[in-house]
Design a protein around this ligand. Structure first.
Ligand SMILES: Nc1ccn([C@@H]2O[C@H](COP(=O)(O)OP(=O)(O)OP(=O)(O)O)[C@@H](O)[C@H]2O)c(=O)n1
Ligand SMILES: C[C@](O)(CO)[C@H](O)COP(=O)(O)O
Length: 245
């Protein structure tokens, strides 16, 4: 076997997390970007950051925020979270995809795997990180998904309504974990082809690489609209009570 000089190959390298918090929160309509709104006494985005910070598998975190908020986040949000390691900050783009791409460019080249997570999914669980990472180590790409439980309709522009068979449909969540070369290539390919995707697993799939599904949880909700914030407060209360906090 060839001597590798002590180098770690890409597939063996550590795990870097990219947490995207560069959005505008239009659907929340709060006047303040939703990632900064209080949830259980800390900013919404603080919950998943703390979970990633405490996870021994996660070697580094890049936090993507709107470019105009970088100083605010550095000076007014991060210190109160008392994280063990201060995340690197990267400037967000006009789309989620552009924000992830910006984050990727700040990830250390030695990272073998990259976990991408929405800052506005506060109920990130330990098992979500370990299960997606395990699958990515074996298959290169993994995403959390949950079953679609509602009956679906598609309304066409003219007003006609189509039935949609929900058999085989899944709702996609984050975290999503990828071998870093696969994720970087998926973003480069999408850029070159002018493709826009709402998630990274979609870009990887579009590039022709399969993404393995890992069962997520309905609790891992994405705080999108005002009622989600009410649900999140209620859930957090229940979770803290169960944990005796
Ligand atoms: N240009 C963008 C858009 C979104 N995001 C992040 O991607 C995640 C999922 O996006 P979403 O919930 O749609 O957030 P917003 O774009 O903020 O919401 P809206 O579409 O209502 O404006 C969020 O953590 C958001 O901050 C991002 O980093 N950069
Ligand atoms: C990536 C994502 O969380 C998967 O459900 C979601 O697509 C991000 O939200 P957006 O509203 O599509 O930006």
């Amino acid at each position: 076997m060839a001597w590798e000089g002590g180098c770690v190959s890409e597939a063996e390298g550590g795990l870097a997390a990219v947490v995207v918090a560069g959005g505008s929160g239009i659907r929340m309509g709060a006047g303040t970007r939703k990632q900064y709104l209080a949830l259980g006494g800390i900013p919404l985005m603080g919950h998943s950051l703390r979970m990633l910070d405490q996870n021994p598998e996660v070697e580094s975190i890049v936090l993507v925020v709107p470019s105009e908020d970088m100083v605010y986040v550095r000076d007014c949000i991060l210190p109160d979270l008392k994280l063990r390691r201060v995340p690197s900050l990267a400037a967000g783009g006009t789309t989620r995809q552009a924000s992830v791409y910006s984050g990727l460019n700040s990830v250390d080249a030695s990272a073998g795997f990259i976990l991408v997570h929405d800052a506005v999914r506060p109920f990130l669980e330990y098992r979500h990180i370990s299960e997606t990472l395990d699958v990515a180590r074996n298959h290169g790409a993994a995403t959390l998904v949950i079953d679609v439980v509602d009956t679906l309709r598609r309304q066409l522009p003219g007003g006609n309504v189509l039935m949609v068979d929900r058999q085989g449909l899944f709702a996609v969540q984050t975290p999503q974990v990828f071998r870093s070369d696969i994720l970087r290539r998926a973003h480069e390919t999408a850029l070159a082809r002018g493709l826009e995707g709402t998630d990274d697993a979609g870009l990887v799939t579009a590039m022709g690489h399969s993404v393995v599904f890992v069962r997520g949880s309905r609790i891992n909700l994405k705080v999108t609209s005002p009622e989600d914030l009410i649900l999140a407060e209620a859930l957090l209360g229940i979770i803290r009570k169960k944990a005796g906090l």
